[in-house]
Design a protein around this ligand. Structure first.
Ligand SMILES: [Zn+2]
Length: 205
């Protein structure tokens, strides 16, 4: 049950949290402003309900669930959409020359690609420095592996292009459903897939 105490909202808790937690990447340099919009909503909520700092966020979320019940809104689906937006807004900059990143964890500095290389056959094995051609080639169908999370797919799944930003997200969401299927823990994964499909179709942000 909630306790309501006469309490003047302050940003002390926010400051404490901000100081102890390392912030994720901020590629659009807008996350401070976004956090301040949220802080403003929380302050209003605390003013109206006199909820203390510790309970304010969970109480507001809980009340938004009640609001959703009464306004024909699927809170779980909206939460999944919010998570997708958050992931996009905290995505690390791409740290390779090929604009590739892991569709599951977003890492871009630990991707291995199975490339074709020429090697010179020697008495004691092979030598890639002796080969006539020093080129290495791969294409969209070549196997790729994220060494950060062990996600394995093709190069295509790792490619992040202007026209197919939603594709890796969709793929990752679909694969999450398959992964959860065996655990019988599907509900959240399906919601994420639903949100990813809505995003891909051009859902309002
Ligand atoms: Zn990964």
């Amino acid at each position: 049950m909630r306790t309501k105490t006469a309490h003047t909202p302050t940003t002390t808790t926010e400051r404490k949290r901000a100081m102890t937690k390392r912030l994720p990447p901020d590629p659009e340099n807008q996350n401070d402003e976004r956090a301040e919009w949220a802080a403003s909503a929380l302050r209003d909520f605390q003013r109206n309900t006199r909820t203390d700092d510790e309970d304010a966020l969970s109480d507001l979320l809980c009340d938004l669930m009640h609001w959703s019940d009464r306004n024909n809104c699927d809170f779980g689906a909206e939460l999944s959409r919010a998570r997708l937006h958050y992931e996009a807004e905290t995505a690390a900059p791409v740290e390779n020359d090929f604009d590739m990143l892991c569709p599951r964890c977003g890492a871009s500095d630990q991707i291995d690609v199975a490339a074709t290389v020429f090697v010179r056959l020697c008495r004691d094995g092979t030598d890639d420095t002796q080969a006539h051609s020093g080129d290495h080639t791969w294409d969209d169908n070549s196997p790729a592996l994220c060494c950060a999370c062990d996600y394995a797919g093709t190069v295509r799944a790792f490619c992040r292009t202007e026209s197919s930003d939603e594709k890796p997200v969709l793929l990752a969401a679909a694969e999450l459903v398959i992964e959860r299927w065996s655990n019988g823990d599907l509900a959240d994964a399906v919601r994420q897939l639903d949100a990813a499909i809505a995003e891909a179709k051009g859902g309002a942000k």
